[in-house]
Design a protein around this ligand. Sequence first.
Ligand SMILES: *Cc1c(COP(=O)(O)O)cnc(C)c1O
Length: 398
Amino acid sequence: MTNPYGWLDKSLDAIHRAHWYRSVKPIAGKPGAVVELAGQPVVNFASNDYLGLAGDPRLIEAAVAATQAYGTGSTGSRLLSGHKALHRELEIAIANLKQTEDALVFSSGYLANLGTVSALVGARDLILGDQYNHSSLKKGAILSGATAIDYLHNDLADLRAKLSVNRSLYRRCLITTDSVFSMDGDLCPLPGLLQLADHYDCMVLVDEAHGTGVLGSTGAGCVEHFGCSGTPLIQMGTLSKALGSLGGYVAGSSQLIDFLRNRASTWIYTTGLSPADTAAALAAIQVVQTEPERRECLWQRVSQLKEKISQIPQVQQGTWKLLPTESPIVCLQMQSPAVVLDVSQQLATQGIYAPAIRPPTVPTSRIRISVMATHQPKQIEQLVAGLRSIDSGDAVEG
Ligand SMILES: *Cc1c(COP(=O)(O)O)cnc(C)c1O
């Protein structure tokens, strides 16, 4: 007798042997700089809640009020029964933050990328994407049926070379990039990308998942940071990171948004965002626009961490490599998956939660630290002290 599911066990064994196995850990209580992990309070360096808004009383209140007024579910797709004035209010607020003509809210950032990429290009078209792009951009490219070619990470010369060879063979071309690379912390070279796009007649989609609320003087993101607001561009992002809610969006020209409302299958055929998520995101955008001090505080903590981390002996000796970063994401690259797992576990015993990120998510293993505006300076000190105390003898054997 053969078992058609027998391969699952073998596959899981292989994942274990490679130290690639992952599992979930429950976090109790509200999100914040300190959370309860497996019953222990830990300083949280694993969150995308950069401004500390996911547990903010104003967002909670907005979500509760919207639930009481409109119920828990949207009950249908936006084109049928699921559209509320609240959705439109949020879209106008996003367009205002991004300085674009319009915006469209999706049920997640992942769905926004799948739907947008597959609506904009098809079998006769070309996608050039950064090799480190988020999974949702890569899967969107496959779904679109376009020819998808990766260019080397942040390498404009490689992109230019690939455009000059391939561009004329296709109808439309879409260049896709994360604005902040989520597992590294560096930024895309946006002005250079836009110049190339202009020269080769390409559209550009920039994924601001980790830029929105964090970068730029008003928190509009990497596009604002580089002074590129107002340029024809497709700006995509999520409501689930610095905005502390759930959902995704695309911001751009009114024609782009009108087209997506008619052609993006992941928007048309899915249930509208819940009233609670919509209202929380709307409240978050208000905070982003009226409390720039949160961003200032965040950048102070980031500088403190970068300065202190660069003085750690393992970093100075080159055993650990501090990856280049211009964001609140700070990564320490280490020798192997086993080493990062061990370091992450040693930090956990000291009350610090900094996750190990391993292949296949990234090509090389690293400890990924994300800083929040609500971290106290002494919590940053605690992390650095924890890293300094790592017994690398154990780690190397691990
Ligand atoms: C998190 C993330 C997404 C997906 O957003 P969700 O709203 O969580 O689905 C897309 N792109 C990037 C770069 C991300 O980091």
